[in-house]
Design a protein around this ligand. Structure first.
Ligand code: 4AD
Ligand code: MG
Length: 431
């Protein structure tokens, strides 16, 4: 029996007999020839069945195949410069595992609701597939970059007794009779683990009961959260910029085919360099005012303001030192102006908005206590968090990077729901 190969390795088998296990993506007939486009999850190839060269039952089997039927094809690999995949397979045998029912997703246009209801199948489409391959590579690149910078992966819990990012977007659940929440961010736990490991990170799902229906908000999304002991705001900004550059370099190298499939113009990505243009919140306000966008001091930016700011540079930008009044309780105030927090956002160009949010954290207990009080937080559930300030407390800083926002920007898809395998949004918990 010929060796079973993955289609991504086709080029290594030119001139050889191989077996490919996959699914029928498409089929064309021209009397004496059947052209079967196969996909196996790693690539695509056209297998050509020539009536004259095959036993009748094999050729007839080819003709029975419906879209997404599962098949094992045997044949010889030959170069074909006209093919988008560079090779084709001269089919010599076909084994059918299952003839698929009429496939609901065809080449005709479907509405988004229909496609999302069929997300379990839509994932097989080449564009969705390409987006999720970029996601996979970006996730791996994030981890590898942090490990190369001396970080240890120390995962934060998902079920928590507290909020991190404010109480208005908490998913509440019953924890054996006690109230618990799905984590909005692993940060508070990373503040503990960075004091144990020096540099730590978590990377996992986080949850926000966002009542907004924007293209940039999911109710469940994945966040990469590095945290560093003996570090301040500038260290966190510097790390975030270099992380973005490392991940961009990696996907541009490894996902060339996927960007091509997505018809994504990667010229802006190719031009991204650290350090990014940096603006204070106050400078950002003046820039917006010059463009006739009025934001009052003390108001947060929305998606529209972010889009204007980043499009001025056509490059990701850093905005730092937002007013403390619009930010969570844990941010260290700026010693030069305590109305401001030592925090920052990285804002992507092309309308993808905030991809990173981070800050230096309050490391002194009295101030932290005071902030928790003014935010109406119950100290008793944060006892452990306050205790961290009593045993070798040090300045520390970190950030959260939303992987879907990053992948959305990389791939240019219009809505974040296409950057996660099974999106959870205000109106969707199925499939
Ligand atoms: O700015 P956020 O809310 O920051 C935090 O949660 C910090 N505790 C992180 C930290 O410092 N360790 O969220 C961080 C990032 C945002 O910049 C964005 O990329 C992403 O998480 N994000 C979302 N992505 C998709 N859907 C949502 N609803 C998101 N909310 C935040
Ligand atoms: Mg934020």
């Amino acid at each position: 029996m010929p060796p079973t190969i993955a289609l991504r390795d086709l080029s290594q088998h030119e001139g050889q007999e191989v077996r490919v296990r996959g699914w029928l993506y498409n089929r064309r007939s021209s009397g004496k020839l059947e052209f079967l486009i196969l996909r196996d999850g790693t690539g695509y190839v056209q297998a050509v069945a020539f009536k004259k060269e095959l036993p009748e039952e094999v050729f007839e089997s080819c003709r029975r195949l419906t879209q997404e039927s599962s098949v094992i094809v045997s044949g010889s690999v030959r170069r074909d410069d006209r093919s988008p995949w560079g090779y084709e397979i001269g089919l010599s045998d076909l084994e059918i595992l299952h003839i698929a029912d009429e496939y609901p997703i065809g080449p005709k246009e479907h509405g988004v609701a229909f496609l999302m209801d069929h997300r379990h199948l839509w994932l097989r489409s080449s564009m969705q597939h390409a987006v999720l391959r970029v996601r996979s590579e970006a996730s791996l690149a994030c981890r590898e970059f942090l490990h190369s910078e001396g970080f240890t992966c120390v995962d934060s819990p998902i079920l928590t007794p507290t909020s991190c990012e404010g109480t208005s977007t908490l998913f509440e659940t019953d924890y054996f009779g006690q109230k618990a929440f799905l984590s909005q961010s692993g940060q508070l736990y990373q503040e503990a683990t960075c004091l144990a490991f020096g540099r730590s990170y978590c990377f996992g799902p986080t949850f926000r009961a966002e009542k907004s229906k924007t293209r940039r908000h999911l109710a469940e999304f994945w966040m990469l959260e590095p945290e560093m002991a003996y570090a301040g705001l500038d260290d966190a900004i510097d790390l975030a910029e270099r992380l973005c550059c490392a991940v961009i370099e990696r996907v541009l190298d490894r996902n060339r085919q996927d960007f091509k499939r997505l018809e994504r113009d990667t010229s802006l990505l190719e031009g991204v360099r650290a350090p990014f243009p940096r603006l204070t919140y106050d400078e950002a306000l003046s820039r917006l005012r010059e463009r006739d966008v009025e934001v009052k001091w003390g108001e947060d930016f929305g998606g529209d303001e972010e889009t204007v700011l980043a499009s001025l540079e056509n490059h990701p930008i850093v905005v730092h030192r937002y007013p403390t009044s619009i930010k969570p309780f844990y941010m260290q105030p700026d010693p030069e102006d305590p109305r401001l927090a030592l925090n920052f956002d990285v804002i992507a160009p092309e309308g993808y908005g905030e991809i990173v949010g981070g800050s230096q954290r309050i490391h002194e207990e009295p101030l932290l206590r005071e902030r928790m009080k003014s935010h109406g937080l119950d100290e008793s559930v944060f006892r452990w968090y306050l205790e961290l300030r009593r045993y070798g407390t040090v300045p520390h800083a970190g950030f959260g990077l939303g992987i879907e926002r990053l992948v959305g920007w990389f791939t240019g898809v219009p809505h974040l729901r296409e950057t996660i395998p099974f999106p959870r949004t205000l109106n969707r918990l199925y499939p």
